[in-house]
Design a protein around this ligand. Structure first.
Ligand code: FES
Ligand SMILES: [Fe+2]
Length: 442
């Protein structure tokens, strides 16, 4: 879809602060919108594999990029993701019978396979059947890394499978969860690509045993000064560093990645053999699904402590998130559990659960933040980098080209937090770790 003159003008403007029109351009992902065309060029994390646990299990409703869909696993174990309404007279298919390699509408019994093809019309006389001309909108799926992914773009533009390194490790080495965040997806991406907020929002006032209130004040990250930021654009998005001075003159370095259009890969603050990350996927323009993953790239599986930490201290497990609806228990209705006494005595935020703290600040501002009112500083360079990359994606796709991140260069990426002596070349050292195969020579 070519951009109109007004949109072209917006693309040429500064990435920040954004006019309201430019803000809308990067945030809205419905069918036919410029950014909608961009995000449909990627594999979309759609469901946890466990939501469709076995052949012929119950179908599940799913909303992606503003489209209402139904997912089902057929008798052979294949996953179909199709339009939610029956092509006959519109009955919702989530209530249908999932049996014998297809989903059958409850109203008149029309049946569809995982490709959306109508394969039976029991209410039509056999000589009058026109099933071969009936087809649902359907999207190809792949299943890897405990996730079912959908591709919702042009069939001839389908990228290689989404083989992030975490999708290639044994299940004992990987944990994946998801939670709805009640705000636009770009707001969530910008929270993810933002190490600067962690010293404030995620800070604990006391070194705390369970970690749920935030980062211990005595940790290297928390004791370092405000960092300097370095951003390098790449063919997958950008890599960036926060470099902060320790009191002894050493450099505390966080080396992270942004992968187009919605992926953050960040350092693990406790164990450098683990890599965590998030996807921030639009449900619609006012809501997104935050996917949380952490994996071990060594031969060591995830420890009990790591599993506990991700579920509880991070605030993404059953204690904080309804595992049927994936809505957070601490949410707007209860002011995210903000505890003023805890804010005075225990943690900077007064909210328990690291990612609950993220949900608080990103949701409370409203569904789509007005970026024309911002005053951005040096620490916002990674956020400005995201906006540039999203705008570049819109310009490229509207011109018939390919956006960043549809190749395979992101497959190897890892992220790190490390302390280097002042005289060390932190960039050279971290590059080997961030790109273990192409730079590190693994
Ligand atoms: S509405 Fe589905 S078969 Fe009639
Ligand atoms: Fe955060």
């Amino acid at each position: 879809m070519a951009l109109n003159a007004k949109q072209m003008q917006l693309m040429q403007g500064p990435a920040s602060p954004l006019s309201r029109e430019a803000n809308e351009l990067i945030c809205m992902t419905g069918q036919g919108t410029p950014m909608g065309e961009v995000v449909r060029r990627y594999w979309v994390p759609a469901l946890l594999s466990t939501e469709l646990p076995s052949p012929d299990c119950d179908p599940v409703q799913v909303r992606l990029l503003g489209e209402d869909l139904v997912a089902f696993r057929d008798t052979k174990g294949r996953v179909g993701i199709v339009q939610w309404w029956c092509a006959h007279r519109g009955t919702p298919l989530w209530m249908g019978r999932n049996e014998e390699d297809g989903i059958r509408c409850l109203y008149h019994g029309w049946k569809y396979d995982v490709n959306g093809d109508c394969v039976d019309q029991m209410s039509e006389p056999s000589e009058a059947q026109f099933k071969d001309r009936v087809k649902l909108i359907s999207y190809p799926t792949v299943e890897m890394g405990q996730i079912i992914w959908a591709y919702m773009g042009p069939p001839d533009k389908k990228p290689p499978d989404p083989e992030f390194e975490f999708t290639q490790v044994p299940s004992s080495h990987l944990q994946v969860s998801k939670v709805i965040q009640e705000c636009n997806w770009v707001q969530a991406v910008e929270g993810g690509i933002d190490p600067a907020h962690a010293r404030a929002l995620h800070g604990a006032i006391k070194d705390d045993e369970d970690g749920g209130w935030g980062l211990p004040p005595s940790s290297p990250f928390m004791t370092a000064s405000a960092g300097r930021y370095f951003v390098e654009h790449t063919d997958y998005g950008h890599r960036f560093w926060e470099v902060a001075k320790m009191q002894n003159g050493d450099n505390h370095v966080m080396a992270h990645h942004f992968v187009m259009p919605w992926t953050q890969i960040r350092a693990h603050t406790v164990n450098e053999n683990l890599v965590p990350g998030h996807f921030y996927v639009p449900i619609d323009d006012d809501n997104c699904m935050v996917w949380n993953w952490v994996y071990s790239y060594t031969d060591q599986p995830l420890s009990e402590f790591t599993l506990w930490y991700e579920d509880n201290a991070s605030g993404n497990g059953p204690a904080h998130v309804d595992q049927t609806t994936f809505r957070s228990f601490p949410n707007r209705d209860n002011k995210w559990g903000l505890d003023r006494e805890a804010q005075r005595t225990v943690s900077f935020s007064g909210v328990k659960g690291i990612n609950v703290q993220d949900r608080l600040v990103q949701e409370a501002v409203g569904p789509v933040v007005d970026r024309s009112r911002e005053n951005l500083g040096q620490s916002d360079l990674p956020i400005i980098g995201v906006r540039k990359k999203l705008m570049e994606g819109v310009a490229l796709v509207s011109d018939g080209g390919d956006p960043a991140g549809i190749g395979k260069s992101y497959y190897e990426l890892r992220a790190f937090e490390k302390v280097y002596p002042n005289e060390a070349d932190w960039k050279q050292e971290t590059m080997k770790l961030m790109h273990p195969k192409s730079v590190g020579g693994a």
